[in-house]
Design a protein around this ligand. Structure first.
Ligand code: DQA
Length: 141
């Protein structure tokens, strides 16, 4: 399967950013582990702090890849535009969060994305991404 991972704002700082919440590993290091764990899949990675760039990437890959793993960061809780982009494409999208957003502030409980996604995985640290890929593979069977 061709899988596109998209990380949103502030996720370029994983490893340095609030390690008590998001852990101390950089996403680049985790991505190497993930690619090694799934040699049968082609995994592509994109990160942006800009809402428009995330929407452009969803449009670019969303009729081609077998699945998108999207951590939209704080845009999850604010962006109707990203939610509309997800609704506009044919590739299935899994929403992921490193932290358990439902165990955090109330403003993080609402997601604009979820209703347009195949599923949501939240709270398993970086392993949320691995579970999302497994979910896409199960759904494809
Ligand atoms: C996050 C949770 C969001 O609420 C937050 O704004 C993030 C990261 C997560 O992966 O846990 O930036 O999406």
């Amino acid at each position: 399967m061709k899988i596109q991972i998209i990380n949103g704002p502030n996720l370029n700082l994983l490893g340095k950013r609030e390690p008590e919440v998001y852990g101390s590993k950089s996403f680049e290091d985790y991505l190497n582990e993930l690619s090694a764990a799934f040699p049968q899949h082609e995994i592509f990675y994109f990160q942006s702090n800009s809402e428009g760039e995330i929407i452009d990437k969803i449009h670019e890959v969303g009729f081609d890849v077998d699945g998108i793993v999207l951590n939209a960061g704080a845009f999850t809780h604010t962006s109707l535009a990203i939610a509309d982009a997800i609704a506009s494409i044919s590739s299935p999208v899994v929403e992921v969060h490193i932290s358990n957003v439902h165990a955090r502030e109330a403003c993080r409980h609402h997601t604009f994305m979820a209703k347009n996604c195949l599923g949501v995985i939240s709270g398993f640290g970086l392993e949320s991404y691995r579970l999302a890929i497994q979910g896409l593979a199960v759904a494809k069977r």
